[in-house]
Design a binder for this molecule. Structure first.
Ligand code: 5CA
Length: 157
């Protein structure tokens, strides 16, 4: 598949991580979790939302991978992180990931990000994540998420 520049960067990161998952660009929107589930034809819970937060004191970026069916309980993530969280705005998100909101992938960012993974994602055999643009996604077996992202699996909701 001939991928756009941002989607190709995610494909390259997947290959660099030693995996073979294929990024696909779809005609339908995958900008939000709801739209992704409709476009892909999967359950909302199978969508990996890649959300950026910021450590309140350190200012460090934190990536939280959440099942499309769940809301992040920031207190839970803060407990695991050891500091409170503040919300990241669109500019901060782009600066640390190199991607725009609606296409933030779980890997391939400009800098390595402390990563937490919603345990509910592991209930599904296959999950789908954004791949750099609001039309690009890739699927993978959920058990691969922790090694692909060096993320820590936690209870998030
Ligand atoms: N492509 C889909 C999933 S495959 C996707 O990226 N969904 S998402 O949920 O991970 O990304 C959208 C998220 O971006 C929203 O849930 C929200 O947390 C965040 N967001 C949306 N608008 C803003 C904004 N203006 N500032 C900061 N974060 C935002």
């Amino acid at each position: 598949m001939n991928l756009s520049k941002s989607a190709q960067r995610v494909q390259d990161a997947i290959i660099a991580a030693g995996c073979k998952f294929s990024v696909v660009e779809l005609p339908g929107s995958t900008r939000t979790a709801d739209e992704s589930a409709i476009t892909i034809g999967c359950e909302l819970g199978q969508i990996v939302k890649s959300l950026i937060f910021k450590g309140k004191e350190s200012g460090k970026p934190v990536l939280v991978l959440v099942s499309g069916k769940n809301r992040v309980k920031e207190k839970r993530v803060a407990q695991c992180l050891g500091e409170k969280l503040s919300k990241a705005d669109a500019d901060f998100t782009r600066t640390v990931t190199g991607f725009a909101i609606g296409g933030i992938p779980p890997l391939g960012h400009l800098e390595p990000l402390i990563t937490f993974i919603d345990e509910d994602l592991l209930e599904y055999e296959t999950v789908w994540a954004a791949a750099g643009t609001p039309h690009a996604v890739f699927s993978l077996p959920s058990y691969k998420l922790p090694e692909l992202t060096s993320g820590q699996v936690i209870t998030i909701k």
